[in-house]
Design a binder for this molecule. Structure first.
Ligand code: PLP
Length: 401
């Protein structure tokens, strides 16, 4: 008998399953709305021009392939936290942010939550009641208990802010909450600035800990500053936040796996202790991170010229997605008179739209029109373009009627 005879077959990944079904479909009109990667208006993956220029500059510089330090490329990590916290950030200026390069946003979550499991007083963290599926998986694999807070309001396909606040108030003092900084995945609905300010006040009263996942800085509004508002506001209010960053979406560096994890510390001494523990955590896991993607990101973040280009390119991606939202709303609501109120499609922000489509309607779209999305009704807005949006809207309308 084989050693692995008792290994059970695990469930398929929901998103990869969508991609497999899409690939097997021969219909030339097929659309894959499952995967969270940006596409241009021709439906093609987009390598940012600033990234192409950075590649050329790096090739010319002729770097070696030596190992990075355990916590990564310093010029990348320093620039990444500057982008997130803002150059005027007090803890940044005071040199009390502990930070490390990570294997993109997922790796940042893994390192951050592993750190929490080792050192945070409570062995649990609150996640929104709808969230990126990997969050719960990472939390559990780090040995923490998953708790939930109210976020999704099925009535409005928006944020249940009253319920959210009630759960924050009901949690034991000093609890940890995972918060999406911007472009909430899968719902596409963020808190308003006023709501963040209100929430922050409650966190203060309850002495809660904010653990931010910021996988989409710049990608939601097109502005790095606006998308980082919650992070910067909590820090201004004196919170010792944790922050996960990813450059997958905003630099289009998906497969390069470029990210960062940071913790705001009370002083330099605390930072030194936290840094030492981050190294102890990372060393037996993967020793040190890959170098190429971090070099690319550092080149862009540290060169005034490339940085300027990049800002424009990010705004271009955000704006194209926003224009698709407006077009989709017009088509669904006004042209095809689809039953229901579709204004949430226009109000939502970021890569995804939570359409409110039911699992049976999602199945009908796949069977009848070769349109693929996850059964929770989430679509990647970035997969829509001027050539396929009409076909999509027409078929959604049919599926709903
Ligand atoms: N966090 C959220 C909310 C995400 O949606 C994603 C990617 O889809 C990530 C983190 C991490 O992505 P990556 O590991 O590719 O940076």
């Amino acid at each position: 008998n084989s050693v692995w005879a008792k290994v059970p077959l695990g469930p398929r990944d929901a998103i990869l399953g969508v991609t497999e079904a899409f690939k097997a479909d021969k219909n030339p009109k097929k659309i894959n709305l499952g995967v969270g990667a940006y596409r241009d208006d021709k439906g093609k993956p987009y390598v940012l021009p600033s990234v192409q220029k950075a590649e050329q500059q790096i090739a010319k510089a002729g770097h070696d392939k030596e190992y990075l330090p355990i916590t990564g490329l310093p010029e990348f990590v320093n620039a990444a936290i500057k982008l997130a916290y803002g150059e005027d950030s007090k803890p940044l200026k005071e040199g009390r942010i502990a930070a490390t390069q990570t294997i993109s946003g997922t790796g940042a979550l893994r390192i951050g939550l592993d750190f929490m499991a080792r050192f945070f007083p409570h062995k649990s963290i609150y996640l929104p009641d709808k969230t990126w599926a990997n969050h719960a998986a990472i939390v559990k694999d780090c040995g923490l208990e998953v708790k939930h807070y109210k976020y999704y309001d099925p009535e409005t396909v928006g944020v249940a802010f009253e319920g959210f606040k009630a759960d924050v108030k009901a949690a034991p003092n000093g609890s940890a909450f995972l918060l999406h900084a911007a472009a909430f995945n899968p719902l596409g609905t963020d808190l308003t600035k006023d709501q963040w300010v209100e929430l922050c006040q409650i966190f203060k009263e309850k002495n809660h800990f904010a653990f931010f996942d910021m996988a989409y800085q710049g990608f939601a509004s097109g502005s790095f500053e606006d998308d980082a508002f919650p992070v910067r506001h909590f820090v201004e209010q004196g919170f010792p936040i944790a922050l996960c960053q990813s450059f997958a979406k905003n630099m289009g560096l998906y497969g390069e796996r470029v990210g960062a994890f940071s913790l705001v510390c009370a002083d330099k001494d605390e930072k030194a202790r936290v840094d030492s523990q981050l190294k102890i955590l990372i060393r037996p896991m993967y020793s040190n991170p890959p170098v190429h993607g971090a070099r690319l990101a550092a080149q862009i973040l540290n060169s005034p010229e490339l940085y300027k280009d990049w800002r424009v390119e990010v705004k271009g991606m955000a704006d194209r997605i926003i224009s698709m939202r407006e077009a989709l709303y017009e088509l669904l609501q006004n042209k095809y008179k689809t039953p229901g109120d579709w204004s949430h499609v226009k109000k939502q922000i970021g890569m995804f739209s939570y359409t409110g489509l039911k699992p049976e309607q999602v199945d009908a779209l796949a069977t009848n029109a070769s349109i693929y999305l996850t059964r929770d009704g989430r679509i990647s807005m970035a997969a829509l373009n001027s050539s396929n949006i009409e076909y999509f809207a027409e078929n959604v309308s049919k599926a709903v009627k």
